[in-house]
Design a protein around this ligand. Structure first.
Ligand code: PXL
Length: 276
Protein backbone atom coordinates (compact mmCIF):
# COMPACT_ATOMS: atom_id res chain seq x y z
CA UNK A 1 0.00 0.00 0.00
CA UNK A 2 1.22 3.51 -0.83
CA UNK A 3 2.41 5.34 2.27
CA UNK A 4 0.24 8.33 3.15
CA UNK A 5 1.46 11.83 3.86
CA UNK A 6 -0.06 14.56 5.94
CA UNK A 7 0.72 18.28 5.95
CA UNK A 8 0.93 19.70 9.46
CA UNK A 9 0.18 23.43 9.26
CA UNK A 10 1.11 24.43 12.75
CA UNK A 11 3.72 26.18 14.83
CA UNK A 12 7.15 24.83 15.66
CA UNK A 13 7.82 25.30 19.33
CA UNK A 14 11.13 24.26 20.84
CA UNK A 15 10.22 23.55 24.44
CA UNK A 16 6.86 22.60 25.91
CA UNK A 17 5.73 19.71 23.72
CA UNK A 18 3.04 21.15 21.49
CA UNK A 19 2.09 21.36 17.82
CA UNK A 20 4.56 19.95 15.26
CA UNK A 21 6.98 18.79 17.99
CA UNK A 22 4.23 16.49 19.21
CA UNK A 23 2.26 15.75 16.08
CA UNK A 24 5.12 14.80 13.73
CA UNK A 25 6.57 12.02 15.93
CA UNK A 26 3.13 10.64 16.77
CA UNK A 27 2.05 10.62 13.11
CA UNK A 28 5.38 9.04 12.12
CA UNK A 29 4.91 6.28 14.71
CA UNK A 30 1.62 5.55 12.97
CA UNK A 31 3.53 5.01 9.71
CA UNK A 32 2.34 8.20 8.03
CA UNK A 33 4.79 10.74 6.59
CA UNK A 34 4.55 14.11 8.34
CA UNK A 35 5.36 17.30 6.41
CA UNK A 36 5.68 20.45 8.53
CA UNK A 37 4.37 23.77 7.24
CA UNK A 38 5.32 26.29 9.96
CA UNK A 39 2.97 29.09 10.97
CA UNK A 40 5.23 30.48 13.66
CA UNK A 41 8.40 29.58 15.46
CA UNK A 42 8.45 29.86 19.23
CA UNK A 43 11.08 29.08 21.84
CA UNK A 44 8.39 27.90 24.29
CA UNK A 45 4.59 27.85 23.95
CA UNK A 46 2.48 30.78 25.07
CA UNK A 47 1.61 29.32 28.47
CA UNK A 48 5.12 30.15 29.68
CA UNK A 49 5.59 33.64 31.17
CA UNK A 50 8.12 34.41 28.43
CA UNK A 51 8.52 33.17 24.88
CA UNK A 52 10.19 34.17 21.61
CA UNK A 53 7.49 34.35 18.91
CA UNK A 54 8.42 34.59 15.24
CA UNK A 55 5.30 34.92 13.12
CA UNK A 56 6.02 33.05 9.88
CA UNK A 57 3.21 34.59 7.78
CA UNK A 58 5.53 36.55 5.44
CA UNK A 59 7.48 33.44 4.52
CA UNK A 60 4.69 30.90 4.25
CA UNK A 61 3.77 31.63 0.61
CA UNK A 62 7.37 31.12 -0.60
CA UNK A 63 7.68 28.01 1.53
CA UNK A 64 4.49 26.55 0.09
CA UNK A 65 5.39 27.54 -3.48
CA UNK A 66 7.96 24.72 -3.58
CA UNK A 67 5.20 22.20 -2.99
CA UNK A 68 3.10 23.83 -5.73
CA UNK A 69 6.05 23.60 -8.15
CA UNK A 70 6.46 19.95 -7.23
CA UNK A 71 2.72 19.33 -7.86
CA UNK A 72 2.46 17.73 -4.48
CA UNK A 73 -0.71 16.22 -3.07
CA UNK A 74 -1.50 15.35 0.52
CA UNK A 75 -3.70 12.55 1.83
CA UNK A 76 -4.49 14.79 4.77
CA UNK A 77 -4.02 18.36 5.89
CA UNK A 78 -4.11 19.10 9.60
CA UNK A 79 -4.19 22.66 10.84
CA UNK A 80 -3.51 23.91 14.36
CA UNK A 81 -2.09 27.04 15.95
CA UNK A 82 -2.22 29.99 13.55
CA UNK A 83 -0.30 33.19 14.20
CA UNK A 84 -2.18 35.80 12.15
CA UNK A 85 -5.42 36.47 10.27
CA UNK A 86 -3.63 36.36 6.93
CA UNK A 87 -2.54 32.82 7.72
CA UNK A 88 -6.12 31.63 7.60
CA UNK A 89 -6.29 32.73 3.94
CA UNK A 90 -2.96 31.03 3.25
CA UNK A 91 -4.24 27.84 4.88
CA UNK A 92 -7.48 27.91 2.88
CA UNK A 93 -5.46 28.36 -0.33
CA UNK A 94 -3.24 25.44 0.77
CA UNK A 95 -6.28 23.22 1.27
CA UNK A 96 -7.77 24.24 -2.11
CA UNK A 97 -4.44 23.59 -3.86
CA UNK A 98 -3.26 20.34 -2.33
CA UNK A 99 -6.38 18.39 -1.43
CA UNK A 100 -7.39 15.55 -3.70
CA UNK A 101 -10.91 14.16 -3.97
CA UNK A 102 -10.18 11.85 -1.04
CA UNK A 103 -7.99 14.08 1.12
CA UNK A 104 -8.97 14.54 4.71
CA UNK A 105 -8.91 17.98 6.33
CA UNK A 106 -8.54 18.06 10.11
CA UNK A 107 -8.95 21.42 11.79
CA UNK A 108 -7.97 21.86 15.42
CA UNK A 109 -9.24 25.40 16.00
CA UNK A 110 -6.55 26.18 18.57
CA UNK A 111 -7.66 29.40 20.24
CA UNK A 112 -7.85 28.98 23.98
CA UNK A 113 -8.64 26.90 27.01
CA UNK A 114 -10.59 27.06 30.29
CA UNK A 115 -12.81 29.85 28.90
CA UNK A 116 -9.85 32.06 27.99
CA UNK A 117 -8.16 32.80 24.68
CA UNK A 118 -4.41 32.27 24.23
CA UNK A 119 -2.38 35.49 24.32
CA UNK A 120 -1.79 35.69 20.55
CA UNK A 121 -5.47 35.12 19.64
CA UNK A 122 -7.30 38.40 19.11
CA UNK A 123 -11.11 38.49 18.70
CA UNK A 124 -10.55 39.30 14.98
CA UNK A 125 -8.33 36.25 14.67
CA UNK A 126 -11.02 34.07 16.26
CA UNK A 127 -13.62 35.45 13.82
CA UNK A 128 -11.30 34.54 10.96
CA UNK A 129 -10.89 31.02 12.33
CA UNK A 130 -14.62 30.51 11.74
CA UNK A 131 -13.89 30.56 7.99
CA UNK A 132 -11.57 27.60 8.35
CA UNK A 133 -14.26 25.44 9.93
CA UNK A 134 -16.09 25.39 6.57
CA UNK A 135 -13.18 23.46 5.06
CA UNK A 136 -12.88 20.78 7.75
CA UNK A 137 -13.97 17.14 7.63
CA UNK A 138 -12.86 16.61 11.21
CA UNK A 139 -12.99 19.28 13.91
CA UNK A 140 -11.34 18.77 17.32
CA UNK A 141 -12.18 21.80 19.50
CA UNK A 142 -12.27 22.05 23.26
CA UNK A 143 -15.26 23.69 24.93
CA UNK A 144 -13.65 27.14 24.96
CA UNK A 145 -13.12 26.92 21.21
CA UNK A 146 -16.66 25.68 20.53
CA UNK A 147 -18.08 28.62 22.48
CA UNK A 148 -15.78 31.07 20.69
CA UNK A 149 -16.66 29.70 17.24
CA UNK A 150 -20.40 29.85 17.98
CA UNK A 151 -20.32 33.14 19.90
CA UNK A 152 -21.71 31.47 23.03
CA UNK A 153 -20.82 32.67 26.52
CA UNK A 154 -18.54 30.10 28.19
CA UNK A 155 -20.00 30.95 31.60
CA UNK A 156 -19.04 28.32 34.15
CA UNK A 157 -18.24 25.88 31.34
CA UNK A 158 -21.12 23.57 32.25
CA UNK A 159 -23.28 22.37 29.35
CA UNK A 160 -25.79 19.51 29.18
CA UNK A 161 -25.40 16.77 26.57
CA UNK A 162 -28.46 18.23 24.80
CA UNK A 163 -26.68 21.56 24.59
CA UNK A 164 -23.49 19.89 23.37
CA UNK A 165 -25.45 18.07 20.66
CA UNK A 166 -27.02 21.34 19.54
CA UNK A 167 -23.63 23.07 19.50
CA UNK A 168 -22.08 20.28 17.44
CA UNK A 169 -25.11 20.35 15.11
CA UNK A 170 -24.51 24.05 14.50
CA UNK A 171 -20.83 23.45 13.76
CA UNK A 172 -21.63 20.48 11.50
CA UNK A 173 -23.95 22.71 9.43
CA UNK A 174 -20.79 24.67 8.53
CA UNK A 175 -19.09 21.61 7.05
CA UNK A 176 -17.36 19.15 9.39
CA UNK A 177 -18.68 15.60 9.29
CA UNK A 178 -16.99 14.51 12.51
CA UNK A 179 -16.56 16.65 15.62
CA UNK A 180 -15.11 15.78 18.97
CA UNK A 181 -15.28 18.24 21.82
CA UNK A 182 -12.27 17.26 23.87
CA UNK A 183 -11.45 17.52 27.55
CA UNK A 184 -14.86 18.47 28.97
CA UNK A 185 -14.68 18.40 32.78
CA UNK A 186 -17.55 16.06 33.73
CA UNK A 187 -17.11 15.66 37.47
CA UNK A 188 -14.22 15.59 39.94
CA UNK A 189 -13.09 12.22 38.64
CA UNK A 190 -13.91 12.15 34.95
CA UNK A 191 -13.29 14.02 31.72
CA UNK A 192 -15.69 13.65 28.80
CA UNK A 193 -14.95 13.63 25.08
CA UNK A 194 -18.18 14.30 23.19
CA UNK A 195 -18.26 12.70 19.75
CA UNK A 196 -20.63 13.88 17.05
CA UNK A 197 -20.77 12.41 13.57
CA UNK A 198 -23.38 13.52 11.03
CA UNK A 199 -26.30 11.04 10.74
CA UNK A 200 -25.15 9.07 13.81
CA UNK A 201 -26.14 9.22 17.46
CA UNK A 202 -23.59 11.16 19.52
CA UNK A 203 -21.24 9.06 21.62
CA UNK A 204 -19.13 9.76 24.65
CA UNK A 205 -15.68 8.59 25.66
CA UNK A 206 -15.01 9.12 29.36
CA UNK A 207 -11.54 9.08 30.85
CA UNK A 208 -10.37 9.35 34.44
CA UNK A 209 -9.34 12.81 35.49
CA UNK A 210 -5.77 12.53 36.69
CA UNK A 211 -4.07 15.47 38.37
CA UNK A 212 -3.98 18.91 36.80
CA UNK A 213 -4.84 19.97 33.23
CA UNK A 214 -1.80 19.87 30.99
CA UNK A 215 -0.83 21.98 27.98
CA UNK A 216 -0.36 20.21 24.65
CA UNK A 217 -3.00 17.59 25.45
CA UNK A 218 -5.16 18.74 22.53
CA UNK A 219 -2.23 18.39 20.14
CA UNK A 220 -1.60 14.79 21.20
CA UNK A 221 -5.31 14.02 20.84
CA UNK A 222 -5.62 15.52 17.37
CA UNK A 223 -2.43 13.74 16.20
CA UNK A 224 -3.64 10.32 17.34
CA UNK A 225 -7.11 10.89 15.88
CA UNK A 226 -5.61 12.00 12.55
CA UNK A 227 -3.30 8.98 12.38
CA UNK A 228 -5.92 6.46 13.40
CA UNK A 229 -8.58 7.80 11.04
CA UNK A 230 -6.13 7.99 8.13
CA UNK A 231 -5.20 4.39 8.86
CA UNK A 232 -8.81 3.37 8.29
CA UNK A 233 -10.28 3.27 11.81
CA UNK A 234 -13.71 4.71 12.62
CA UNK A 235 -13.93 8.18 14.13
CA UNK A 236 -15.18 6.74 17.43
CA UNK A 237 -12.30 4.23 17.64
CA UNK A 238 -9.85 6.99 16.75
CA UNK A 239 -11.09 9.19 19.60
CA UNK A 240 -11.11 6.22 22.01
CA UNK A 241 -7.50 5.41 21.18
CA UNK A 242 -6.49 9.06 21.55
CA UNK A 243 -8.21 9.41 24.91
CA UNK A 244 -6.62 6.21 26.26
CA UNK A 245 -3.18 7.23 25.01
CA UNK A 246 -3.44 10.68 26.55
CA UNK A 247 -4.53 9.21 29.90
CA UNK A 248 -1.41 7.06 30.05
CA UNK A 249 0.81 10.04 29.21
CA UNK A 250 -0.88 12.19 31.87
CA UNK A 251 -0.52 9.49 34.52
CA UNK A 252 3.18 9.22 33.74
CA UNK A 253 3.57 13.01 34.05
CA UNK A 254 1.76 13.01 37.41
CA UNK A 255 3.76 10.06 38.77
CA UNK A 256 6.98 11.79 37.77
CA UNK A 257 6.07 15.32 38.90
CA UNK A 258 6.42 16.79 35.43
CA UNK A 259 5.33 20.48 35.46
CA UNK A 260 1.92 20.95 33.83
CA UNK A 261 3.19 23.34 31.13
CA UNK A 262 5.93 20.98 29.95
CA UNK A 263 3.39 19.04 27.87
CA UNK A 264 2.76 15.29 27.85
CA UNK A 265 5.62 12.76 27.97
CA UNK A 266 4.24 10.96 24.94
CA UNK A 267 7.73 9.63 24.10
CA UNK A 268 7.28 6.97 26.79
CA UNK A 269 4.36 5.32 25.03
CA UNK A 270 5.14 5.74 21.33
CA UNK A 271 5.40 1.99 20.85
CA UNK A 272 1.68 1.64 21.56
CA UNK A 273 0.88 3.70 18.49
CA UNK A 274 2.95 1.59 16.18
CA UNK A 275 0.47 -1.29 16.01
CA UNK A 276 -2.34 0.86 14.64
O1 PXL B 1 -1.23 23.34 22.50
C1 PXL B 1 -1.78 24.43 21.85
C2 PXL B 1 -0.73 25.43 21.52
C3 PXL B 1 -0.06 25.35 20.33
N1 PXL B 1 0.90 26.20 19.99
C4 PXL B 1 1.25 27.20 20.81
C5 PXL B 1 0.62 27.36 22.03
C6 PXL B 1 -0.40 26.46 22.40
C7 PXL B 1 -1.06 26.59 23.67
O2 PXL B 1 -0.70 27.32 24.52
O3 PXL B 1 0.98 28.35 22.82
C8 PXL B 1 2.36 28.13 20.41
Amino acid sequence: MKQKKIALINDITGFGRCSVAVMAPIISAMKIQAVAVPTAILSTHTQFPEYYFDDYTDRMRDYIQTYKDLNMEFDAIATGFLGSEEQVDIVIDFIDTFRTENSLVIVDPVMGDYGKLYKTYTPQMCKKMEELVHHAHILTPNLTEVCTLLGIDFGDGKFSTDELEKMCGELAKRGPEHIVITGIPFNRHQIMNYIYSVDESPRIVMVDRIGVDRSGTGDVISAVISGMYLNGHSFYDSVKKAAGFVSKCIKYCEDNDVPSHWGLCFEMFMKELMED
